[in-house]
Structures are given as C-alpha cells and as structure tokens.
Design a protein. Structure first.
Length: 436
C-alpha cells in the first residue's frame, strides 16, 4: 500500500485493528452459536460480548509481541483476548481451525472493499452519462489504427465508456457474491468437531453465504475470479485514460485534463500541460492487474490446505483494492473536469479534405451500377491525391472532376454524400440502448 495512492475508507478495511475486530466477531459469534447448542456455557459467550461492548482498544503491538513467541497469528490473538476477558475466553475457538477465522475474515474484507468499489463505479457512471449527453451530437473524427476513419460524436465515445463500466459493475456484483462466503468447518472441513449450524450462524451475522464445501480453506477459485474482475476494471480504466492521453496530444488537442491555477507541467518548460493524471492511471492499472496471476496461482493448493496463498493475499488484498479505489476516484475527477474542444474536433474533421466521406461515395457508385472493384478504384485514386496533398486538395472537387465518377453520379448526388449529419442518424438509437 502506497499512501500517495490510497484513500482512508478503503485503507481502514485492511488495518490490523479492523482485521482483529473481524476476527473477534467471528470468534464471538461462533461461541454464541455454540452456547445456543449447549456446547459451551452461555456466560462464556456473554462475557465476550460484554467485554466488546466496552469498546476496548485493540493493542496491536501486544498481539505482535505474543506472535513473536508463538509464531502463530491466530493463537497470539486468542491469547491476548484471553488476557483481557479472563477464564471464559477458554471456550473460544472450540472445534475451529485458524483458516475458519482467516478465510472468513478475508471474505468480509473483500466484500466491504467491493462495496466501496461499487460506489466508486456508480459515481463514475453518473459522470460519464452526464458528459455523454452533454456531447451527444458533438462531431469528432473516429480513428482506426490511429488514422482518420469516419465521423462519430464525442458523446458516443463516452457512451461506449459508460457501457463498459456498467458491465464492469455487473461483473463486480457477481464477484462480490462469489467471494462473500463463510467457512467454519474445522480441520480439513469435515465439521467433525463443530456443528454446521455454527457456520450458518456466523455467516448470517456477518452477511455472508456459507461455503457449500470447503477443505480446510475456502476454495481459491473464488478469489481468483474476484481479482480477475478487478483486473478487468483496471483495464477499462486504462483504455479510457489512454483515449484521453491521445486526445491531449498537441497534434490532436480535442480534449485535455483540467489544468488548475498554479499547476506546473514541467520543471524545465513552462508551456507544458501534460496528461499526468491519465498517465498515472495507466500505471495504476498495471499494478492492479499484477494481482490477477498470483490469485490464479493460489487456486492450486496442496490437498486440504497449505499456506502458500497466505503471503500472496496479504499483498494483493490490500494493494489491489486500495489502488483500484484510488484509480476509480481519480478517473471520475478527470472525466468530470475534462476540457473538451468541439472547435478543434471540427477542425480535425475537416483537415483531410473530406476523406472521411469516402465510403459513402464508394457505396453510392456500387448502387449506381459500378462494380465494387471499380468503385473502390475510382474513389481511392482520388482519395490518395488528397492524402498526399496533406488535405490541401478536396475529395469532393476531385470526384466532380473525374469523368468516370460523374458518369455514374451527378454533382448533386456527390455533394449529398458529404453531409456530416448523415453519420449521426442512429445516435439516438445507440443512446437508448446504452442508457435505457
């Protein structure tokens, strides 16, 4: 976790105090269920909750000091709680194994992290929809391979981003449900020393589902899918960030990040306005994606349990969720304040002498009876003259002067094919699909 790229609410989920608090709730709820079943005294469960009601300060250094001797984090925690609660604490952890606590706690943390990320996505979706509607019919050039293709609208670009992040939200909802499972099944997952009703009770109290069948750990395919989903969301962030970076290039300059008063772009060149936020998002996306492969490699544990996954998850759990939370918030800020230049978009549209309308002429020639091969040849030979003139020549004027073209299409018919608005006749249809 890097403080520069962290926000307090998400960071708090992964603090030692929060982790130990969840551990206590798991143990106390389990003891409560055992008391309901008559396995442990009722006063034992009550003693735990009475102590917890005093809002005790969790002494992390004291627990760490115990662990330095025991070399076991859960035992260290239980020992510390026993020192606070007294004799009744001996009934904690009856029939449980460490993974029951650790895995269920991780499920709670990831579910809580997912809730924050879902809220982040909701904020981004609101901003993307507002900006898309604002520029629904703002003409701009569509590019394929980085080269001018045909006209689109800037609103369509943003509508595409909206649809992508909406899919990501749906993926994260599913991943959250997949990860939010509770396992209180004891050694090797057989419930030999603890009743399955304890697991159900803990799951209900913590807002989790029960794990249908665990070994001694919750199956890591769930975690793999969760982190893979975070990786996909990160990739979508990078895609939109990369689009902004390209649009801010000096030669394009159709949009750019907001440049605040007093901001400096370069230590050497006072004129610079660099896309630093979206470049940063590109890097953060790489870091989030870096968690996906280790999560997948964690799936193949030995037999009923090993701990090869444990050290990995201590990294990727906090790092991936904290980084993605920061990245989503930063992207929302970028898109909310994005400076958009319709006049520059129009200038770039017009830059190449009408080449963007070449397909309409091609299709019109075929419909007028010219073979597709000849139609392509006629349009291309004129288009290449415009290309080689760097847009100084006009495709429309060259076509009007081409006798093979005018033999099939009148001047009026040619001029009709250079109508910019023609390309936007289905924008409403697309918006209805996206924002319905």
């Amino acid at each position: 976790m890097v403080p520069r790229y962290s926000r307090p609410e998400m960071t708090a989920i992964w603090s030692p105090e929060a982790r130990f608090a969840i551990w206590f709730e798991i143990e106390a709820h389990a003891t409560e269920a055992l008391a309901d079943l008559g396995v442990v005294p009722r006063e034992a469960a009550q003693a735990l909750w009475d102590w917890w009601a005093t809002k005790p300060v969790i002494d992390v250094p004291a627990i760490d000091a115990i662990e330095a001797v025991t070399k076991h984090d859960v035992i260290a925690f239980l020992t510390w709680v026993a020192e606070q609660v007294g004799d009744n604490a001996r009934f904690m952890h009856q029939g449980m194994t460490s993974s029951d606590v650790l895995d269920t706690c991780l499920a709670v943390q990831l579910a809580r992290a997912a809730d924050i990320l879902l809220a982040d996505l909701d904020q981004l979706l609101v901003i993307l929809e507002r900006r898309a509607r604002e520029h629904k019919f703002t003409p701009t050039i569509g590019r394929s391979h980085g080269i001018h293709a045909e006209p689109v609208t800037f609103g369509l670009k943003l509508a595409q981003a909206y649809a992508e992040f909406k899919r990501n939200r749906e993926r994260l909802v599913a991943a959250r449900a997949d990860i939010a499972t509770c396992a209180i099944s004891g050694a090797v997952g057989t419930f030999a020393n603890i009743d399955p009703r304890v697991e159900q009770h803990v799951a209900d109290k913590l807002g989790l589902a029960v794990e249908p069948v665990s070994t001694q750990v919750i199956p890591r395919d769930r975690h793999a899918m969760f982190f893979a989903t975070l990786g996909v969301i990160a990739s979508s962030i990078e895609r939109l960030a990369t689009e902004v970076r390209h649009l801010q290039r000096t030669e394009v300059l159709e949009a750019e990040e907001y440049f605040s008063p007093g901001q400096k772009g370069s230590s050497a060149m006072p004129h610079k306005r660099n896309p630093v936020l979206t470049e940063n998002l590109t890097g953060l996306a790489r870091m989030v994606r870096s968690a996906t492969i280790p999560a997948m490699e964690n799936v193949a544990l030995w037999h009923e349990r090993d701990i090869s996954h444990s050290s990995v998850e201590r990294y990727i759990g906090p790092d991936a969720t904290i980084t993605l939370d920061f990245a989503l918030a930063r992207l929302s800020g970028v898109m909310d304040k994005l400076l958009i230049y319709p006049e520059r978009m129009q200038k770039n549209l017009d830059r190449m002498g009408g080449l963007v309308h070449s397909q309409r002429v091609l299709l019109a020639l075929t419909q007028a009876g010219v073979s597709r091969e000849d139609s392509y040849r006629l349009v291309q030979r004129n288009a290449m003259k415009v290309w080689e003139s760097d847009g100084e020549l006009s495709l429309l004027e060259l076509l009007k002067a081409d006798p093979e073209v005018t033999a099939a299409l009148s001047v009026q018919e040619l001029e009709d094919k250079f109508d910019l608005g023609y390309h936007f006749k289905q924008v409403d249809t697309i918006f209805d699909r996206v924002f319905a």
